[in-house]
Write a protein that binds this ligand. Structure first.
Ligand code: AMP
Ligand code: MN
Ligand code: MN
Length: 355
């Protein structure tokens, strides 16, 4: 058995109906707080905002039926742990008007729904909302999901959390519109590497077809999300890529390529931290290495580490061993010390988890 011991099964029918029942019961009149993971990527924000737009619609319809007092607006918020900064590529996503900073998020929500969060540590200071809510629904697709929350919709076979979000909206009889579809499409395209990775199943393309059928523009969306960055970011990328090192003996001879980016690099090029999210992609193209590592500074001696594998190593096991998580071929953790310290630790773990 090479599977991660914590790997959850697919959601059962009883999980789906429990989630739908909790939403039908609590959302029309209660306070609903949606949360995604810290440093949100396209799946975190896209699945959360797409679901938020659908849920707002659901509440308006259900609330009207239940004669919500005074016809007041739905008590629905979406939030992100940590600093309130929507990365520029996502700043125009439909539904961003529902976002509030974490310190304005309901203190005592009735219902919490979390998106793309594999472990409670990825909720930062908002983790306390889990115990305050009457129900917590977890929508996720990480095999490393730790099983927190009162209702778990965790499907490790789903290519993105937005796959789970679309299914739950369907269970609530919320039809897709272009705004919902744009968010779910961004999430699906992000986590499948623009429909290139192995989990790009017929089901993924069928979902993409449903989303595109609402009238969204995939070319325009992809250019905005993947193919647009400031001039300074390009210069930053050039510098960080120029210092990459190749270690052909790592990972049992399968090879590792790694580089690092510091806060000073960001400052010199006038860039925000999220621009570094795309930096792992050119690093992982290196033919001589199965494993790619990008070490990104977040504080004096604290680093966000991105791991990618072409297939020889289950990097989620490396990440888990280092206190993080993720997927077999894409994972991450928080490292400490210098970039060299972090890479030595990764190298030590790599040989243990060859597939
Ligand atoms: P990234 O390299 O940041 O794009 O992340 C790749 C994958 O690893 C994503 O599925 C993340 O959810 C997961 N991941 C990254 N960092 C962490 C962490 N510190 N703890 C748990 N999972 C992580
Ligand atoms: Mn994510
Ligand atoms: Mn995801």
């Amino acid at each position: 058995m090479t599977e991660v011991a914590t790997r959850p099964a697919m959601p059962r029918e009883s999980d789906w109906s429990a989630a739908a029942a909790a939403i039908r019961e609590l959302a029309p009149t209660g306070r609903v707080l949606l949360i995604c993971h810290v440093n949100p990527d396209g799946d975190a924000l896209g699945s959360m905002l797409g679901f938020a737009l659908g849920l707002r619609r659901f509440i308006e319809v259900a609330g009207a039926r239940r004669r919500r007092p005074g016809g007041s607006a739905p008590a629905l918020q979406a939030t992100v742990p940590g600093e309130f900064e929507v990365p520029e590529p996502f700043a125009e996503l439909p539904g961003v008007d529902l976002l509030v900073p974490e310190d304005e998020a309901y203190e005592d929500p009735d219902l919490v729904i979390v998106f793309d969060v594999a472990a409670e540590s990825r909720l930062g200071a908002l983790v306390n909302r889990l115990s305050l809510a009457r129900e917590t629904i977890v929508l996720d697709h990480h095999a490393s999901n730790t099983g927190f929350g009162s209702i778990q919709l965790v499907d490790p076979q789903a290519a993105a959390t937005s796959v789970v979000a679309e299914q739950l909206l369907a269970r609530l009889d919320v039809p897709l519109d272009a705004a919902i579809a744009e968010c779910l499409y961004v999430a699906l395209a992000t986590d499948t590497g623009s429909f290139r990775f192995d989990m790009t199943t017929p089901g993924v393309h069928e979902m993409a077809a449903r989303l595109i059928a609402t009238g969204i523009r995939p070319g325009e969306i992809s250019r905005r999300i993947f193919d647009t960055r400031p001039f300074g970011a390009m210069k930053l990328f050039a510098e960080v890529l120029a210092r990459a090192a190749l270690d052909p003996t790592a990972a049992g001879g399968k090879g590792m390529v790694w580089t690092y980016a510091t806060l000073d690099d960001l400052r010199r090029h006038g860039q925000r931290p999220y621009v570094m999210d795309a930096l792992i992609d050119p690093v992982r193209t290196v033919a001589e290495a199965d494993v790619a590592v990008l070490v990104k500074q977040v504080d004096e001696a604290e680093w966000a580490v991105s791991l990618r594998s072409k297939g020889a190593v289950d990097v989620s096991r490396v990440a888990l061993a280092m206190g993080g998580g993720g997927h077999r071929l894409a994972a991450g953790f928080t490292g400490h010390g210098t970039p060299g310290d972090v890479v030595v630790a990764v190298r030590e773990q790599l040989d243990r988890f060859l597939i």
